[in-house]
Design a protein around this ligand. Structure first.
Ligand code: FAD
Length: 560
């Protein structure tokens, strides 16, 4: 039985204290904090965990330097504290990174004034990062020659955090923590309806992957449907003080634009005097983002978005050749679910970019529903704690919060892992010079689960082989993903548990025989079906991938 089948079975059989609807960051932390404090919890998402807004972020854990422009001091203070807590709890997954801002004549602030802002930000952030500095034009030229300094007056460097892997994997780490604490979790399960009778909810769930409908019961519900929270509350006849409006943001992944040694986020003011960034992602750079008012949560990257970002970058960077569409490796688009008060009108006349990025949590005590509106990845621990307070208020008894439902294992466990890895010379298996040592990678991605990986490699060294030439993944990671990471569709692995889809071009993925191997390890006999689903049809499985399949299977595919 797969992990998912086991959890589907539990969903149809058990009664839960809380049913969490939505497996983005907000639902995932809610489930982890409740399960970690002894509640019986179920969490479902109609797609994969983290597949909607939470996979479209900038991967930054930040206090919101730019919100100082709107004088949102309490929000910045709160976010800086959340950032500090996250960076302390996840020292290997969230790294401090410099934000390197070059200011030119059209920038709204002089370097000296921006420097004062950075100093204030550092103080509001309770000195949780390195001290900011003011940069001269010559310094910028020397330290990052990729910046075009012809109009630059100087700059600043301040510090925040970055998720080393990706946002969706971070979300899954909370789902996994919830599972480890006894929660029932299933991706591709949609809540299609729910009724409250005799003090309990009966929810009708649909297995999107298998088509079956079934019911589950729970005492309370956490509505963590992100951009869709209002739809669910409306369905249940709940009235709330807050509602969601949408702001679209896009990112483009391109070859690395900065020099290798310069592992920093570059920040520039665009023509509308809004900050945008060049963010490192391994051997790639991610450029973005935008902030556009939209009326639907379903968005995509448009030609105008691309033209705008390229124009901004090409005007401010000294690249060997201007960026063109051929440089795009991957695109991401999503909407920020922004929270506004219902009574404050439709906000048509408000400067969209100035709407606050705070979150709000509302509880309907009669119907026993807690709704999470808005928020940021950065604020996730606060959300987990606040939801637990509300669920406790609804009468579900919780164990005291020992703050052990989040964070990486203790330093002594880490030391032991590094010791064992050193003794078996794990890093000699690394095949590519420009990737990080295997020890760092396995520990960061898997924590305690990485011990079993060392054991597997000791027993069978082929487990340390790369599976797809161009991706940073070894065989043993695939086996672990198949068993413990609820990979239901191939895209779940390619785009969210890993970031292969983001950093490798479609053509290179299509040319990879190793992908068949990946699918076989993840799905066994179901590999061919999952590959067809990923490529959009049996006849669209690329020849190289077919070759990687068992010859008899390849024959069947050829025959249509
Ligand atoms: C462009 C952009 C950049 C950002 N950058 C950052 C950043 O750098 N740092 C930061 O801290 N924050 C950032 N954010 C904000 C952050 O990404 C979001 O606030 C956060 O991801 C929202 O998470 P969520 O759980 O509320 O929503 P979502 O991730 O959208 O999750 C909601 C889930 O509910 C599910 N769902 C809905 N209805 C149902 C149903 N009926 N049954 C089952 N499931 C259902 C959906 O499938 C979805 O997966 C950014 C956002 C955007 C758009």
């Amino acid at each position: 039985m797969t992990l998912r089948d086991h959890h589907l079975h539990r969903l149809g059989r058990e009664h839960f204290d809380t049913l969490v609807i939505g497996g983005g960051i907000n639902g995932a932390v809610a489930a982890a904090s409740l399960a970690g404090r002894g509640a019986s919890v179920a969490i479902v998402d109609r797609g994969d965990f983290g597949h909607f807004t939470s996979q479209a972020s900038s991967n930054l854990v930040w206090g919101g330097f730019k919100y100082l422009e709107n004088y949102e001091l309490p929000l910045v203070f709160k976010l800086c504290r959340s950032r500090n807590r996250l960076m302390t709890a996840y020292p290997d997954n969230i790294k401090q990174i410099g934000f390197y801002a070059a200011l030119d004549e059209s920038s709204p602030y002089t370097p000296r004034f921006a420097g004062l802002g950075a100093l204030a930000y550092w103080i509001i952030g309770l000195f949780g990062t390195k001290r900011p500095r003011v940069l001269s034009t010559e310094q910028i030229e020397r330290e990052e020659p990729a910046i075009d300094t012809s109009n630059v007056l100087g700059g600043i460097e301040y510090y925040d955090g970055i998720l080393v892997d990706n946002d969706a994997r971070f979300v899954f780490s909370f789902v996994r923590a919830a599972i480890d604490a006894g929660a029932a979790a299933a991706n591709y399960v949609e809540m299609v309806g729910a009724e409250r009778r005799d003090g309990r909810w009966t929810a009708t769930l649909r297995d999107v992957d298998g088509g079956r409908e079934f019911t589950t019961t729970a005492t309370t519900i956490v509505n963590a449907a992100g951009p869709f929270v209002d739809d669910l509350n409306q369905q249940w006849g709940l009235s709330t003080q807050h509602r969601i409006v949408y702001s679209k943001g896009i990112h483009l992944v391109v070859p690395r634009l900065t020099t290798t040694e310069h592992h920093k986020v570059l920040a520039f003011f665009d023509d509308s005097q809004r900050l945008f960034y060049v963010i490192p992602m391994g051997r790639r750079s991610v450029i973005g983002t935008t902030d556009t008012r939209v009326d639907t949560p379903f968005t995509e990257v448009t030609d105008d978005d691309i033209d705008f970002l390229f124009e901004q970058i090409n005007a401010r960077m000294d690249l060997p050749a201007p960026l063109t569409r051929a440089d795009i490796i991957a695109e991401r688009s999503g909407v920020r679910p922004l929270v506004v008060e219902r009574r404050s009108g439709d906000h048509a006349d408000v400067d969209w970019t100035k709407l606050s990025r705070k979150h709000a949590i509302e509880t309907d005590t009669t119907r026993a529903v807690v709704t999470i509106f808005g928020g940021k990845l950065t604020d996730c621990i606060n959300v987990g704690e606040e939801v637990a307070d509300e669920i406790e208020r609804l009468g579900v008894p919780l164990e005291p919060d020992l703050r052990n439902w989040y964070g990486e294992p203790a330093p002594a466990t880490r030391e032991e892992f590094y010791r064992q890895a050193r003794l078996m010379q794990l890093d000699r298996y690394r095949t590519k010079a420009d990737t990080e040592p295997l020890t760092d990678r396995l520990w960061r991605r898997y924590g305690r689960r990485a011990f079993a990986m060392l054991e597997a490699i000791r027993e069978d060294p082929t487990m340390a082989e790369d599976v797809m030439g161009s991706a940073d993944y070894i065989r043993v990671e695939l086996h672990a993903a198949a068993r413990t990471e609820m990979v239901t569709r191939l895209e779940d692995f390619m785009r969210r548990r890993s970031k292969i889809d983001l950093v490798i071009r479609d053509d290179d993925i299509a040319a990879s025989e190793g992908l068949a191997d990946v699918a076989r390890i993840l799905f066994g006999d179901d590999a061919e079906r999952r590959l067809a689903e990923y490529f959009g049809g049996h006849d669209r499985i690329p020849t190289a991938v077919r070759r990687g399949l068992d010859p008899s299977v390849a024959g069947r595919v050829d025959a249509g």
